[in-house]
Write a protein that binds this ligand. Structure first.
Ligand code: NDP
Ligand code: 2IT
Length: 451
């Protein structure tokens, strides 16, 4: 049995939802890089895969904090420092009740290859907590963030590990985390990215992931000789940082984004979603999307329970290009079938691993252009690295400078992924292109650094 087959066999016997997500991510990479491993024995000789799939360290800690009723609350905090062959550990923090070790391992593993694809000197990590920010007051969020940093500060540093945001963690939370780090260590340094601009955050970091996803799609459509996004109906899932900035950029390039969604339901507004209202509802107040109908009765709201199991209403809306920007496994085989039936030409992943393996296979066999997360959503972490550069040199780049660098970075990633796919005989397969290209750089660095 070959190493690849043996590894894949191991996944099949695994269980537990978080663990399965890690193996889902891993299995895709192993299938993709098989031609590379077979053509160049050095990766097997140096046991790169065996070394890459185990995090350098996984830190788990208790977070104890006082809620507004002075009741003691206890959560679990994590930081998975996966690989630092290319640079300091780098990756977001997720605050969501579903967070566990397995989810963070999947996200951390993906982050290694994503960060490699950016071409920037950053390693891969992820962290977070099962803390649920929903329904918490600002004071409670602040107290939680302080308690979380009381432990986390021991393991991070501007040249060691630089966390950022993810689901449930935006610039407000990063601000509180930074404040506590500064208090404990008495140092003012770029230990976190996604900080508010007022104190050493980078301009454009909030927009970066969503804008980058659209820049990537424009490049992919161009390479694949498809019509550009101008004038095209687009569907977007999610209603958080990534989704709303993808919608913003889609409007800027002349497309018509007609949907968004959250964990409770989907909005379909055929005239184009009202972005200002969505920002108010979801980013400022964390309210229900259903409130959208109060001022837009012409739109439709589909609660999750009203849609058949195994599918998602947002992918049943006819579109030219689809952008899953909410969470993992939110685009299933049934959803892929609906997209294909409705004539969708392109799917670009803004969220991390939003499409199931069956969905990806179906989309690819029907020649739908497919931009995988680790390449397409790398704009967020790329601008995080730009923030690290600005902090290290005590300088501030303009919005236009950052935007231009982001655009170039996304175009470069997309072209490199397409070229790698061609070089390895899988032209048009951006999943394989991204996995091979991302893996190769990290693997070569690991070999050069020795064991
Ligand atoms: P936010 O917290 O800003 O928004 C998350 C959105 O996804 C919300 O609309 C939320 O709905 C929805 N959502 C979360 N969990 C679920 C679920 N289980 N089922 C359905 N909907 C859900 O997060 P981001 O926009 O930052 O992140 C979205 C995705 O993008 C994630 O996969 C993240 O890992 C990825 N990503 C983020 C980057 C960043 O820079 N922030 C960079 C690269 C990738 P509700 O409000 O109801 O909870
Ligand atoms: O998944 C991701 O790339 C992020 N959440 C952003 C990570 C970062 O360090 O900016």
């Amino acid at each position: 049995m070959s190493f690849v087959e043996a590894e894949i066999k191991k996944f099949e016997s695994s269980n537990g939802s978080g663990t399965n997500l890690f193996y889902q991510a891993l299995e895709e990479v192993i299938y993709s890089i098989a031609p590379l491993l077979e053509s160049d024995p050095k990766y097997t000789e140096h046991a790169i895969l065996e070394r890459l799939v185990v995090p350098d360290r996984m830190i788990e800690f208790k977070v104890t904090w006082l809620d507004d009723n002075n009741k003691i609350q206890v959560n679990t905090g994590y930081r998975v420092q996966f690989n630092n062959a290319l640079g300091p550990y780098k990756g977001g923090l997720r605050f969501h009740p579903t967070v566990n070790e397995g989810i963070l391992k999947f996200l951390g593993f993906e982050q290694i290859l994503k960060n490699s694809l950016t071409g920037l000197p950053i390693g891969g990590a992820k962290g977070g907590s099962d803390f649920d920010p929903k329904g918490k007051s600002d004071f409670e969020i602040m107290k939680f963030c302080s308690a979380f940093m009381t432990e986390l500060h021991k393991y991070i540093g501007p040249r060691m590990d630089v966390p950022a945001g993810d689901i449930g963690v935006g610039s407000k939370e990063i601000g509180y985390l930074f404040g506590e780090y500064k208090k404990i260590t008495s140092t003012y340094e770029g230990v976190l990215t996604g900080k508010p601009f007022i104190f050493s955050g980078s301009l454009m970091r909030p927009e970066a992931t969503g804008y980058g996803v659209v820049y990537f799609t424009e490049t992919m459509l161009d390479i694949e000789n498809k019509e550009p996004l101008q004038g095209k109906v687009c569907t977007v899932s999610g209603a958080g940082n990534v989704a709303l900035h993808a919608i913003e950029k889609l409007y800027q390039v002349g497309a018509l984004p007609v949907s968004c969604s959250d964990s409770q339901g989907t909005i379909h507004d055929p005239r184009g979603v009202n972005l200002d209202l969505l920002k108010q509802l979801k980013l400022e107040k964390r309210q229900s999307l259903e409130l959208y109908l109060e001022t837009h009765p012409e739109a439709k709201y589909i609660p999750v329970e009203e849609y058949p199991e195994g599918g998602h209403a947002v992918w049943d809306i006819p579109c030219y290009a689809a952008f899953p920007c909410a969470t993992q496994n939110e685009l299933t085989e049934l959803d892929a079938q609906n997209l294909i039936t409705n004539g969708c030409v392109s799917v670009t992943e803004g969220a991390n691993m939003p499409s199931t393996p069956d969905a990806i296979e179906l989309l690819q066999t029907h020649n739908v252009c497919f931009g995988p997360a680790k390449a397409a959503n790398a704009g967020g972490v790329a601008v995080s690295e730009f923030e690290m550069s600005q902090n290290a040199s005590m300088s501030t780049w303009t919005f236009e400078e950052v935007d231009e660098k982001l655009k170039l970075t996304m175009q470069r990633i997309c072209k490199r992924v397409a070229l790698t796919a061609k070089d390895y005989g899988v032209e048009g397969n951006y999943v394989d292109g991204a996995n091979i290209s991302g893996f190769k750089k990290v693997a070569d660095a690991m070999i050069a650094e020795g064991i």
